[in-house]
Ligand binder design. Structure first.
Ligand code: SAH
Length: 334
């Protein structure tokens, strides 16, 4: 039994079952605080770790958006949850082919993990780290997040004969779910008995912060994650250790804990920011020319992994948010 599991168990014994978002928030921040979980020897692998093309294509997207913003001399380029810093490194290398763009970029990383900040420093040198978006200075900004929202803590609700109940985390021999108090469930989708609906309040808060920002400052955000375009019921909480699926509430803080992203909820929370249609990662990367780039690099297999429906192409979705005067962002028009 780890110290975190002990602490969570102690708190449940004292105060009763706890909200899933509390459990997940502590588990995730403990998980990232002291380790590098990415890659073949870690717990999971993400798109930028599969191929340099991913960050390069996002760099191309950012360059076009910078021009749509009127090529400002100073551009805040922000990444939320940059992991190993690989996406940002590939993006900046691609950006150097357009010197005016590269010179305008001022990099800000929103990262809470001390271990990952160190890895990012080694890879990217002197950039600025922030604890959250509210610390970002004024000015035009392009904000990127890949597999960030899926790591933010969710709550779950279950539909019973008398209506919706919150699902809370209790501790016996193992951590397990119990029904909590009845809730109103306003805005939840129609459900069958036993149906589960997930609410990512932290993700919605990030979207709302982007909405507030784009009401005051020009810019755009690109949110890439696995999830669904429309709000829907489903238990998607998932734990991965060593590339294997393990029970969701086993080993808090020792395994990667994520949930699918509800992109409709994010777009709604970001109002009055403009929201693009939610498209698949496959379509986004293809429209921005990944197949041509893959041909040049001889990286067709990595490309297929990123865009094929059976790889990451369909499950992963892309949503852009922007200030009012940006229309038809690259990759989103048919
Ligand atoms: N974008 C990277 C890493 C994804 S993993 C990639 O695609 O490879 C999630 C990242 O979000 C990690 O860097 C983790 O430390 C960070 N993170 C998780 N919760 C966070 C929070 N609440 N605030 C800031 N960063 C967070």
């Amino acid at each position: 039994m780890t110290a975190l599991a002990d602490r969570l168990r102690g708190r449940i014994q004292e105060n009763g079952p706890m909200r899933l978002s509390q459990y997940m928030g502590e588990a995730v921040s403990h998980y990232y605080a002291g380790r590098d979980p990415f890659g073949r020897r870690g717990d999971f692998i993400t798109a930028p770790e599969i191929s340099q093309m991913f960050g390069e294509i996002i760099g191309l997207w950012a360059a076009i958006v910078w021009q749509m913003l009127g090529s400002p001399q100073r551009l805040l380029l922000v990444e939320l949850g940059p992991g190993r810093g690989t996406l940002m490194a590939d993006l900046l290398r691609a950006a150097a082919t357009l010197p005016g763009f590269r010179q305008a970029i001022e990099v800000h990383l929103v990262e809470t993990s001390p271990a990952l900040r160190q890895i990012q420093r080694d890879k990217l040198g002197a950039v600025t780290w922030l604890d959250n978006l509210d610390q970002l200075p004024d000015g035009p900004a392009i904000i990127i997040a890949n597999e960030f929202i899926d790591a933010l803590p969710i709550d779950q609700f279950i539909y019973r004969a008398d209506g919706w109940h919150e699902r809370l985390v209790a501790a016996g021999d193992e951590f397990h779910f119990v029904d909590g108090a009845k809730v109103e469930g306003a805005g939840f989708p129609a459900a069958e008995l036993g149906g589960i609906f997930e609410v990512n309040d932290a993700g919605r808060a990030v979207a709302a912060a982007l909405g507030r920002r784009f009401a005051k400052h020009p810019g755009a955000a690109l949110l890439i994650d696995y999830g669904h375009a429309l709000s829907a019921c489903g238990d998607t909480l998932q734990a991965l250790g060593n590339h294997q699926s393990v029970p969701a509430l086993s080993s808090p803080g020792e395994v990667d804990l994520t949930a699918h992203v509800d992109f409709q909820a994010l777009a709604e929370a970001a109002r009055p920011a403009m929201a693009s249609p939610v498209i698949t990662q496959g379509n986004f990367l293809r429209r921005l020319g990944i197949e041509v780039r893959a041909g040049r690099l001889g990286a067709e297999e990595d490309c297929r992994r990123l865009i094929n429906p059976r790889g990451m192409g369909n499950l992963f979705k892309v949503l852009a948010l922007s200030s009012a005067r940006l229309a038809d962002l690259p990759g989103f028009s048919l």
